[in-house]
Design a protein around this ligand. Sequence first.
Ligand code: SF4
Length: 177
Amino acid sequence: MTSTQARHTRRAVLQSAIDAGARCARMDSDMWFRADDESTHDWQTRRTTAQRICAGCPARAACEELALRNGDGEPEVDDLVRAGYTGPELAAIRTHQERHLAAAVAADQDTDGRHLRDLTVLVQTEAISSLDQRQHGVRKSPAKVQAEQNQLVRMLAARINEIRTARRARAGWGVAA
Ligand code: SF4
């Protein structure tokens, strides 16, 4: 995955790419973080090693994009390495890409929104489909076809309800909102 591809990729796919290819996954994760009492010299030596490992990591582009969307790294705090960058470097990139990152984070959060729209279209399509369309080439009794359609619509409606309830809960609106 290139950096350009990563910018247009949703969070779940980025995470999958990291899960599948991260070189650090098989190493001590402390390598990428400065210890509380670690001297600057020791940290800089270790940081260089971590950056070298990141440079050869197949998941680097996904890792960088996700780190930026997660807000990893602060301008004045040199205590971690992500995707080969120090905290201040990540903070500088984040400032530079502010507009893209805001749009990407919003799109990540709206995965449920797209899913809801798809399900709603499916329910509407199913509800207005004719008996012939619902036969799918197999001769069944109208009552059986109608029962299958009702069951499908109920299942889709329940899934829509689940997603809406989860979205409201995440937004702090409670179940009854
Ligand atoms: S780029 Fe570095 S921090 Fe990111 S997954 Fe790869 S090894 Fe780990």
